[in-house]
Design a protein around this ligand. Structure first.
Ligand code: INI
Length: 158
């Protein structure tokens, strides 16, 4: 019997891409900072000269999938993290944005055989989003942990 599990010990063996939506950037900048803090503390080089990390900015969560698709054309990433914030109270096309973003992200992930972490916060209010992006907990940290786990797991399975 073989048991395969992701490892959290050395993120520097991974090549990580992060795609961040500028829409609601008060929230997404916080998610990005939580993410980077976690990756750094797990050994990934997050400096400007790093070969282990690339960051791509897009206008909104709707554009996360197309950016992921093109990012994966150029370079072999072990894992990609897609960060966005969709707030129900602030938009009438909440459902369209979140549905297209999540559908597109899973499709690009399967098509390229690369895990893409769905780091899009969906909340009913800005207050809830703030709470999940740092005031209480920063889910950016969790997204990065999930990325380290999945990136290392898929490497082991191949
Ligand atoms: N994009 C988001 O990331 N979050 C939102 O809450 C949001 N709202 O409110 O509409 C949003 N819209 C922009 C969308 O993602 C696209 O950038 C835009 O429609 C252009 O394609």
């Amino acid at each position: 019997m073989a048991i395969f599990e992701g490892s959290f010990t050395n993120a520097s063996t991974l090549k990580v891409g992060i795609i961040v939506a500028r829409f609601n950037d008060l929230i997404t900048n916080q998610l990005l900072s939580g993410c980077l803090d976690c990756l750094k503390r797990h050994g990934l080089d997050i400096t400007e000269t790093s070969n282990e990390l690339d960051i791509v900015w897009v206008p909104g969560s709707f554009e996360l999938p197309i950016a992921a698709k093109n990012l994966l054309k150029k370079t072999k990433y072990d894992v990609v993290i897609a960060l966005g914030a969709v707030i129900r109270g602030e938009t009438s096309h909440y459902d369209v944005v979140i549905s297209e973003a999540s559908k597109g992200i899973s499709q690009v992930s399967y098509d390229n055989n690369v895990p893409i972490i769905l780091g899009v916060l969906t909340t009913d209010s800005m207050q809830q989003a703030l709470e999940r992006a740092g005031i209480k907990n920063n889910l950016g940290w969790n997204y990065a942990l999930q990325a380290i786990e999945m990136g290392s797991l898929i490497k082991k399975l191949n």
